[in-house]
Design a protein around this ligand. Structure first.
Ligand code: GLN
Length: 451
């Protein structure tokens, strides 16, 4: 009830594309009945959650933030959301997001931008919540939902979490099933939890994670007890600080926050080591080749026949063209063009293949570093949340937001952003912890020491 009231109160933030109040009240009531009857309760029984609109939800409109999915009511439920409902969670609705998860500000959504509930001190400018999981971040930060699902292809859980002062975890590639999640870049996409605390994140990840035979890239490993894992403390933990992340022109406030994070971990008994990740500088260009390449292929299915929007044309080809021209926004069209370009004969070797080779080197950098350290500490973003009107016309400036987060997706590793303080204008900033593959436990444990 409290969440539904907050949703009502903050409707102008535009966090939800679809609200499912009736369903929420019904499932919450069922949960109350179970409790009253002394029945076994699930790990998330009665917990109200928001679901990013990239997860297919059976019978409930699923838009991926795009006009092209108009009227798409899936006949199936994504594995991750199904896991949440099995544990008793309650769905409040579907959360706004950048179109097909392409963006860092939520500004590319067909359903309009989402506003960050935070404001700069003494300045009422509306700020972005980050993206692409901007609706998820705002819903949690403004107390509309106790937690939300997000997806992260290059930073879309961690960057909005940092911009709104919440916790966001991108699990290892393969930890959560991608089945039933609208695909952006299949070798990079992962679902993860966005919550108020590291403890909530640990609990929610435990429910979302697990092997799924319907996703051939999900990994058949037992899901650890993450809640227990966070109790360990960081005494004796080896924390790496990568020198390549000390970018030229790194803002002094971000540098100070990073030092503060180092100091907190040291005080609690962690051992700090400088490490090197030499191929870091190639990560952004590599990401912006691989992600659009995969997206151009994944988005080929939106042809006006199988899903959503159809704009009639004079011939079949004309119908395809009209539908795609009307259905996709500017950023999506830009990515499809970049993707088809880097995959086309004559350019494939120069761009796509080379990017794949460098991707392997980026992973090797991490594998080498993790011989000496258990976890890596970096800032989550190069700045705090920016204004709703800034950066919108400059895609390259927007892409630079992902400088600290994309390496983690390229290497398939787990990464968390935890709120670590406020900048001089009173806006939240986050620190990121990166771990070995399938070692979310250490990432969460170290995150707990900072939050
Ligand atoms: N901002 C990045 C992009 O636009 C990452 C998006 C994401 O992680 N889904 O591609």
């Amino acid at each position: 009830m409290a969440c539904l009231m907050q949703m009502e109160k903050h409707r102008e933030l535009n966090a939800f594309v679809t609200e499912t109040q009736d369903l929420a009240l019904q499932t919450a009531m069922n949960s109350d009945i179970r409790r009253a009857q002394g029945q076994a309760m699930g790990a998330l029984d009665g917990i109200p959650l928001g679901i990013k609109d990239l997860f297919c939800t059976e019978g409930v409109l699923t838009t991926a933030g795009s006009h092209i999915l108009d009227g798409f009511h899936p006949t199936y439920e994504s594995t991750v959301s199904a896991n949440l409902w099995k544990a008793g969670a309650v769905m409040l609705g579907k959360l706004n997001m950048d179109e097909f998860a392409m963006g860092s500000s939520n500004g590319t959504s067909y359903y309009g931008p989402v506003t960050n509930p935070w404001r700069r001190k003494g300045d009422n400018t509306r700020l972005v919540p980050g993206g692409s999981s901007g609706g998820s971040a705002t819903a949690v930060a403004a107390r509309m939902a106790l937690a939300a699902t997000g997806t992260d292809t290059g930073g879309s859980i961690r960057q909005p979490a940092a911009f709104t002062g919440i916790v966001g975890l991108k699990p290892t590639y393969g930890r959560c099933s991608r089945w039933g999640i609208v695909a952006f870049a299949s070798s990079l996409d992962q679902a993860g939890p966005m919550c108020r605390t590291v403890e909530d994140t640990a609990i929610m990840l435990g429910v979302m994670a697990g092997y799924d035979p319907k996703d051939s890239t999900s990994v058949d490993l037992p899901v650890p007890d993450y809640r227990k894992a966070i109790e360990g403390g960081v005494k004796g933990l080896k924390v790496g600080v990568p020198k390549e992340y000390r970018l030229d022109g790194l803002s002094p406030e971000i540098a100070k926050l990073w030092e503060q994070g180092v100091a907190w971990l040291k005080e609690q008994g962690a051992e700090i080591k400088e490490i090197t990740l030499p191929h870091t500088k190639y990560a952004l260009p590599v990401y912006y080749i691989i992600a659009p390449a995969e997206a151009s292929s994944n988005l080929a299915r939106y042809d006006g026949v199988r899903f959503g929007l159809r704009v009639p044309g004079e011939s079949l080809d004309d119908m395809y063209e009209q539908t795609r021209a009307a259905g996709f926004g500017k950023e999506v069209r830009r990515r499809v063009m970049i993707g088809t370009y880097v995959l086309s004969a004559g350019y494939y070797d120069a761009y796509y293949l080379r990017a794949q080779r460098i991707r392997a080197l980026i992973l090797k950098d991490f594998t080498d570093a993790f011989k000496d350290v258990d976890v890596v500490l970096t800032p989550s973003t190069p700045s705090a949340a920016f204004g709703l009107e800034e950066k919108f016309d400059d895609p390259v400036a927007m892409y630079l937001n992902d400088v600290f987060t994309v390496t983690v997706n390229l290497a398939g590793l787990p990464g968390i952003s935890v709120p670590a303080g406020l900048d001089s204008r009173g806006l939240p900033l986050g620190l990121q912890l990166i771990g070995r593959a399938f070692d979310e436990e250490t990432v969460l444990r170290a995150g707990r020491a900072i939050e």
